[in-house]
Design a protein around this ligand. Structure first.
Ligand code: OSB
Ligand code: MG
Length: 362
């Protein structure tokens, strides 16, 4: 699916998405999940290809044909595959979707959510010019978004922030470095404090807690970890070390709703606010992110934005919309709450594999 506008981070530019969807058939009920792995293993070590391999060869064969009491049990059936969280999350979440439909409950309720009106932010990529960025920010503010997050890297940071703050001194603003900086940049990063940012997301290495803790001691701006958090124990370690004051939860990155809830609860117990990250999802992943964002500790605006920011036509009905005040209101239909446009998906599909009960495990 081509993106309406390219999306550029410190690790590269995306112009179209290849989206891997998982459908589970639970005695006639269809549950859908989206694998949020990228086209290339740049954000994390997973990609669409690795997820396809792990799902079709290991995860799906261990789950089909099995009696499943509740979606939380799905990961207990997985063979001993290390990591590959996005592949695992796609399958587990499809079962959550099916379970919610079977129980005639909206997914958000099944997850234990309680928030009804969800504050939305936007993530704005690196642009071809500062002028193009200013235009984009103006458009998103006009649409009502409550928080602007800018992708940054060396050469696209302090000067950009100066221009943005000169024009909008009071908007809620944050930055996401996707690991663009190193220890050599600590003095440089101290300069970010003057811009009164809500947070700086994952400034250092994707797998680091220790140097983030050092950095957090030296800067006033709150550090938020994204890439580094793979499960609740990571969250606990990062919090105990002082590596961050905010955590971004992406359900795929932590391997599904079960672990996402654990991360959420660990943060809540330590008074660390969380928000829902995005991975340029289609409507299915987007609907799941909305359901997750209803949990009580999702107090900061998420990167869950309207379908139209990403797609000419989304694969769900209705599309996700954001109110002029910058809120998404969850839907109360059973399951994910949005219909899947199966005809459109069929038209866009380039590869498909059906894993049936009794198929050989690797
Ligand atoms: O770091 O949050 C990130 C997109 C792809 C990979 C990583 C990230 C992002 C985003 C986009 O920031 C959020 C969105 O879906 O709008
Ligand atoms: Mg991020």
């Amino acid at each position: 699916m081509p993106l309406v506008h390219f999306f550029e981070t410190s690790f590269g530019r995306t112009t179209e998405r290849r989206i891997l969807l998982v459908t589970v058939n639970a005695e006639g009920i269809e549950g859908w999940g989206e694998c949020v792995a990228g086209e290339h293993p740049f954000y994390s070590s997973e990609s669409v290809e690795t997820a396809w391999y792990v799902l079709t060869r290991y995860l799906a064969p261990s789950v089909v044909g099995r009696e499943i009491g509740t979606a939380t049990d799905v990961r207990k059936l997985f063979p001993g595959v290390r990591r590959h969280n996005m592949a695992k999350g796609a399958l587990e979440n499809a079962v959550w979707d099916a379970e919610a439909i079977v129980k005639n409950l909206p997914l958000w309720k099944l997850l234990g959510g309680s928030r009804h009106v969800l504050p939305c932010g936007v993530s704005i990529g690196i642009q071809d010019s500062p002028e193009q960025l200013i235009d984009k920010i103006a458009t998103e503010l006009n649409s009502g978004y409550q928080r602007i997050k800018l992708k940054c890297k060396r050469g696209w940071d302090l000067k950009i922030l100066e221009r943005v703050r000169a024009k909008w001194p009071n908007i809620t603003l944050s930055v996401d470095a996707n690991s663009a900086y190193t220890i050599r940049d600590f003095d440089h990063l101290k300069n970010f404090d003057q811009f009164k940012l809500l947070m700086i997301e994952q400034p250092l290495w994707n797998d680091d807690f220790y140097f983030h803790a050092n950095l957090q001691k030296q800067i006033k701006t709150a550090i938020c970890l994204d890439e580094a958090i793979h499960h609740a124990r990571d969250a606990e370690a990062a919090i105990e070390l002082g590596s961050c004051r905010i955590i971004n939860i992406k359900v795929g990155r932590v391997g599904g709703f079960t672990e996402a809830i654990k991360v959420h609860d660990a943060c809540q117990a330590n008074s660390i606010p969380v928000w829902c990250g995005g991975m340029l999802e289609s409507g299915i992943g987007r609907a799941h992110n909305i359901a997750l964002s209803t949990l009580s500790n999702f107090t900061l605006p998420g990167d869950v934005s309207a379908s139209a920011r990403y797609w000419k036509e989304d694969i769900i009905e209705p599309e996700v919309t954001v109110s002029p005040e910058g809120f998404i209101i969850h839907r109360d239909k059973p399951g994910r709450g949005y219909e899947v446009k199966t005809d459109l998906i069929e038209k866009l599909t380039v590869r498909k594999e059906v894993v049936r009960a009794g198929s050989a495990t690797a």
